[in-house]
Design a protein around this ligand. Structure first.
Ligand code: NAP
Length: 488
């Protein structure tokens, strides 16, 4: 951040709807204990946001030059005396060294910004530990999910949410105000017992992606082995032909679309299972089993991985003609034809198959790109529910149908050619068709008017076997009673 940038506040002191008390927070003196990376970035950001900052260091003379001139750098005890809100930018291991300050800290708000190196590292959270060391202080957990880099680059460029928890509402409100003035979005996470959860957040590695990634890797491994056996091991054993050069590109490139295609069908399969369950039990109020719930929640990640594998397949396919092996094969074929004096090698059916197959593949990739883009939060937020559901559900299903056409035109009549059965193993594309075709078939069945109507009724709350008594006004003015299901 340039000196010029630092001199002026990054954000105006705007008041957020419903939060009238934001503006007074700016101008307040805020203390920071510690002079490391986090303390420095925090001080810069606080100064830029219009706060007076006082930094408490064990060695203020040496550290003063690291901070903006507007921030006062002094000894810890001096700093603490000058403010009521103090950010403790010190590692947990060093909290006990602050105990000498207990008297001057009494009655003040301590903001614990610390993180751990492992999930659930300690029995109690760092914030609870700090509170136990300073019982006369009010501890607020917060800002730990924001990195020093985000603090420096400003809320314009990085995570904007600051998760806050404390047992004291007033202290929490003051810290939330400070976060707001700094341009962050405070998120109230409740009382201090949430501190452990907040401290674990920065340590989690792609929690929502773990299952989809394992699924994709598992599928990749299965299909890769299958293709390896068919394309490399079989010719080696049966004809003593060395086809190992195929492993890095050809085998990988036949594996990638299999994974992409099956993963895409796995985005829509849980919806089919959920609809089947609702039809079978005649209610939408029965809980799905946990595994189905989890599966439904991971559809976005599975879809994005499907797109990733499809994109890789497109790039690999474009590179196929660049290979030296491909050039040798072309020359070899040309020489053979010259020797056999073959002039016309044009096979009309093959030409059409290839044209359709590639064109359909490009359309499928285009649709998958659209699905991937619209699943990004910034884009998804700009769509209303109908638009989002049209793209993700209708166009997504269309992508599955077109991918099936791509697979079928690729396979053409190979499923019926016995030479394609290596070690009695059918061509890979026939295996990949199983799940997607089941999904497409199920969707066709669900779109039949009788099934579709029943499903719609169930989704609007109708339940099988649940009747409500109602009274019909008769033409003659008296009332006849009847029984019918609630939502008919
Ligand atoms: P750091 O660069 O190592 O700074 C730690 C500071 O603690 C030192 O500069 C030191 O300042 C002070 N300190 C006080 N008592 C100490 C003692 N007995 N021994 C050693 N140092 C002592 O660490 P940091 O990256 O700024 O992290 C500080 C806290 O912020 C940690 O709890 C960390 O988990 C949290 N945090 C950091 C980031 C980040 O991006 N860096 C992000 C989120 C949370 P003096 O020498 O001036 O006293």
């Amino acid at each position: 951040m340039s000196g010029g940038d630092m001199a002026k506040p990054l954000l105006g002191h705007r008041s957020v709807e419903g939060e009238q008390s934001v503006a007074p927070a700016a101008g307040r003196t805020v203390g920071v204990l510690g002079s490391g990376d986090f303390a420095r970035s925090l001080a810069i950001r606080l100064v830029c946001s219009g706060f007076k900052v006082v930094v408490g260091s064990r060695n203020p003379k040496r550290k003063a030059g690291l901070f903006p001139s507007a921030a006062e750098v002094t000894f810890q005890a001096e700093a603490v005396k000058k403010t009521d809100v103090i950010f403790v930018a010190v590692f947990r291991e060093h909290y006990s060294t602050l105990c000498d300050l207990a008297d001057v800290l009494a009655g003040k708000i301590l903001v614990d910004v610390s993180n751990n190196t492992e999930i659930n590292h300690h029995r109690e959270s760092n914030a609870e530990y700090l509170a136990s060391l300073f019982p006369a202080c009010t501890v607020v957990k917060g800002f730990n999910v924001i990195s020093a880099w985000t603090l420096q680059s400003g809320a314009r460029d990085g995570n904007k949410q600051v998760l806050i928890c404390s047992n004291n509402q007033e202290a929490k409100r003051i810290v939330a105000e400070i976060a707001q003035v700094m341009g962050f979005t405070p998120v109230d996470m409740g009382c201090m017992s949430s501190a452990c959860e907040i401290e674990n957040i920065p340590l989690r590695l792609l929690p929502a992606w773990r299952i989809p990634i394992f699924l994709a890797l598992g599928l990749f491994l299965c299909f890769f082995t299958y293709n390896l056996v068919r394309q490399v091991i079989h010719p080696y054993i049966r004809e003593q032909k060395n086809k190992f050069y195929k492993i890095p590109i050809e085998v990988v490139n036949t594996t990638l679309p299999c994974v992409a295609y099956v993963m895409l069908s796995l985005v829509y399969l849980p919806g089919v299972l959920a609809a089947s369950s609702q039809l079978y039990y005649g209610t939408k109020y029965r809980r799905f089993p946990d595994w189905l719930d989890q599966w439904l929640q991971h559809r976005k990640q599975i879809g994005l991985l499907s797109f990733f594998f499809a994109a890789l397949h497109a790039v690999y396919s474009l590179c196929l003609p660049l290979r030296r092996s491909h050039r040798y094969q072309l020359i070899e074929t040309a020489v053979k034809q010259a020797v056999e004096k073959k002039m016309n090698i044009w096979v009309e059916e093959e030409v059409w198959r290839m044209e359709i197959y590639i064109s359909v593949g490009i359309i499928a990739l285009g649709l998958l790109s659209l699905l991937a883009i619209t699943s990004l939060p910034s884009i998804a937020n700009s769509l209303n529910w109908r638009e989002f559901s049209f793209i993700q559900s209708t166009l997504g299903f269309l992508a599955l149908v077109i991918s099936t056409l791509h697979t079928l035109t690729y396979g053409w009549s190979r499923a019926f050619d016995e030479n394609q059965y290596k070690f009695y193993l059918p061509p890979t594309f026939t295996l990949t068709l199983l799940v997607p075709c089941t999904v497409i078939l199920a969707k066709v069945v669900f779109s039949l008017p009788c099934v579709h109507q029943r499903l719609l009724r169930i989704r609007r709350g109708w339940e099988k076997g649940r009747y409500v008594k109602f009274v019909l006004p008769s033409a003659t003015g008296d009332y006849s009673s009847g029984e019918t299901s609630s939502n008919v």
